[in-house]
Design a protein around this ligand. Structure first.
Ligand SMILES: Cc1ncc(C[n+]2csc(CCOP(=O)(O)OP(=O)(O)O)c2C)c(N)n1
Length: 636
């Protein structure tokens, strides 16, 4: 029998949607699944209705838009992209998904020039897209966008959202919703699945609401507690023709600030103290860091910092940073000292959801007496429920009002003494650290201390950002490097979810790219293997990211736990490597990088070869070309 020929054009499209759908219904993948019987059927009895031929055709990519859709003069998604542009969103990272095809098309084609603010960043996994936004958010103190495919993209992204939430990083997310076109990519309440670890979400019903929601989501993301926010964007709103629609006026958020009487009290405390102290944790933006420096200098207070462990803190080598000349402090002010984990998640997990909406204040806030740490460990004043950064201008003004000539003279004298003492303390600490880090200097596998020590002279005169968590590679940057910029060190994963370091480094490199900055990523091997595709993203977008593998050929943290467990049970540790090491075969990371188009070298286990390799790596990223050095390292 002669089979009926389906009408297909030269590019392989069916000549019309009905023909394509009909053909697929009998020959396409779903028909095949139905023929193959139970276990492969997409529509179990009593479950979701079987997809229509139109849905099947669309799912298989065999539909061209009807003529009326092509007559769009001003797409709803053009306005959405304009709203993002007006907010200064630099990048939109996404793994493509048809639920946001309207927005994707607008990003890449709308505007002059198109594909800028935001630029479309191609991600190979949604978790990577959000983790990139997480790294970017910490480096810049403002959000970039992650675009997520309806339902399935959000599920892939969820761990990265959780990390960012725990880490109070500002992240903006838009997820597409196809309103029934593909049932499995649609949901009545799509944000529900990540609601317990997003700060705010909306599912707007009209274009006007959608544009307002973008502005609101941005504001919620940057308002303490800074955190990921999500707008679920109906695909019809993206595709609709909206020639007359207008963008709503954007209003920046109002931050809760310290009230005037407390402001006076704080200023008096700092100005009248014989030896004031300022403890700086994480502020919101580089502007907050600047203001903290201004305040410390005005009152001559010695300060503490978290700059070697996380972003947006006091410059580590500022003359006032350190214990100071005298460590009996008679007034201590804490700025953003709450700490991510202490503040955002109550210790008992079930309360996360319940507390989500009442945490808007008292976060990243200002402590009346030093972040819960009194001078002699005494209980301290409860935290003031306000944003530290937004409160600083008024405190600075009040301090200026209260300063008299004699107080200024005393402050000048005190500042000089602090600077002297801090410098001596710093030199002593570095000397001691250098001595300590000589242990195992010539060992192979290479000592983690040597990796940090050999990198430092190569980057110390550059504008650099240490993007990766450092705890698993010894954290030697704390003693050996100078963290003087708000983005010098981006710190940990937030919620401890592995698979963060590599994509967050790509996000940091996006922030660095047009700012003359380079990114150093000391990359744990286990962490890289969750989402190695980000290496391709770094190459594709020519990001200045140096990846130095901390290749201990294990999930060493877990290996140590198993060693301990076997030890306490008296069963010996010779089988502890099962399930917690990356052996047999060893993974070849330079080959992996090469597969994604990234230049690199290694594996290097001879420490005498390290410095020259690192130099080649730094030179490469200074040219804007990412590079990987696979170093075989000590476990810790
Ligand atoms: C998503 C996720 N899965 C599993 C873990 C458990 N875990 C904690 S540390 C760790 C090992 C990480 O290995 P690697 O990144 O190579 O660092 P290393 O400890 O070897 O230095 C694992 C698997 C986790 N934290 N997150």
């Amino acid at each position: 029998m002669k089979s009926k020929k389906t009408s297909v054009d030269r590019r392989g499209f069916f000549k019309n949607a009905a023909a394509g759908a009909a053909a697929l219904a009998t020959t396409g993948p779903i028909a095949k699944a139905q023929r193959e019987g139970p276990g492969t059927s997409p529509a179990p009895a009593g479950g979701a209705p079987a997809p229509t031929p139109q849905q099947l055709a669309r799912d298989a990519g065999n539909v061209r838009p009807p003529a009326n859709v092509r007559a769009i003069t001003r797409a709803g998604s053009d306005l959405m992209v304009q709203a993002l542009r007006d907010l200064g969103i630099e990048y939109a990272a996404a793994n493509p998904g048809s639920t946001f095809e309207g927005i994707q098309e607008s990003i890449i084609n709308y505007g002059n020039p198109p594909n800028q603010t935001p630029e479309f960043i191609t991600a190979l996994h949604e978790e990577s897209a959000v983790a990139m936004a997480h790294g970017y958010g910490k480096a810049e103190g403002k959000p970039m966008l992650a675009l997520l495919h309806g339902t399935i993209g959000i599920q892939h992204a969820s761990m990265a959202i959780y990390n960012a939430y725990y880490d109070r990083a500002p992240v903006l997310m838009i997820a597409g919703n196809d309103r029934g076109d593909i049932p499995s990519h649609t949901a009545a309440d799509m944000a529900a699945m990540v609601r317990s670890f997003t700060k705010w979400d909306a599912q707007p019903k009209t274009l006007d609401e959608a544009l307002v929601a973008i502005n609101r989501a941005y504001n919620e993301a940057i308002t303490p507690p800074t955190a990921p926010t999500l707008v679920v964007m109906d695909s019809e709103l993206q595709k609709m023709n909206a020639p007359g629609a207008k963008l709503p006026q954007y209003k920046p958020p109002q931050f809760t600030t310290v009230d005037p009487s407390r402001t006076k009290e704080i200023a008096k405390g700092l100005v009248d103290a014989q030896n004031p102290r300022i403890a700086v944790g994480r502020l919101r933006t580089p502007q907050g860091v600047k203001l903290a420096v201004e305040l410390a200098e005005l009152v001559g207070a010695s300060t503490s910092t978290t700059a070697a462990n996380g972003p947006m803190s006091f410059p580590q080598r500022h003359p006032l940073c350190g214990p100071g000349a005298e460590t009996a402090y008679d007034y201590t002010l804490g700025l953003g000292t709450g700490g991510a984990q202490a503040s955002i998640i109550p210790p008992d997990l079930p309360t996360i959801v319940a507390q989500r909406d009442v945490m808007n204040v008292g976060f990243g806030g200002l402590d009346g007496n030093g972040g819960g740490r009194g001078a002699r460990g005494a209980p301290t004043a409860p935290p003031i429920q306000a944003d530290a950064e937004a409160s600083l201008p008024a405190i600075i003004e009040e301090v200026k009002r209260q300063l008299t000539a004699d107080k200024k003279a005393r402050i000048q004298d005190r500042s000089a003494k602090h600077a002297d003492a801090n410098q001596q303390a710093h030199v002593k600490a570095v000397r001691e650290a250098v001595e300590a880090k000589k242990y195992g200097w010539n060992g192979s596998p290479i000592s983690t201390a040597r990796v940090y020590a050999e990198l430092w002279p190569l980057i110390m005169n550059e504008d650099w950002c240490l993007s990766s968590p450092t705890g698993f590679s010894g954290g030697h940057n704390v003693q050996l490097w100078d963290h003087n910029r708000p983005y010098s060190c981006l710190g940990g994963q937030g919620a401890g979810g592995m698979g963060y370091g590599a994509p967050a480094s790509v996000g940091a490199a996006l922030a660095a790219k047009n700012r003359g900055r380079i990114v150093i990523n000391i990359q744990c091997d286990g962490d890289l293997n969750y989402a190695p595709g980000v290496l391709w993203t770094a190459v594709h977008h020519q990001l200045p990211m140096l990846t130095v593998m901390h290749n201990n050929r294990a999930w060493h943290q877990e290996f140590m736990y198993v060693v301990y467990m076997a030890g306490v049970r008296g069963r010996g540790t010779n089988r502890a490597h099962i399930g917690s090491t990356l052996r047999d075969p060893f993974i070849d990371y330079t080959k992996m990088a090469a597969g994604y188009g990234m230049a690199g070298e290694g594996p290097i286990s001879d420490p005498t070869l390290l410095a020259a390799a690192l130099k080649r790596g730094v030179d490469s990223v200074k040219r804007g070309e990412p590079y990987m050095i696979d170093t075989i390292t000590q476990p810790r």
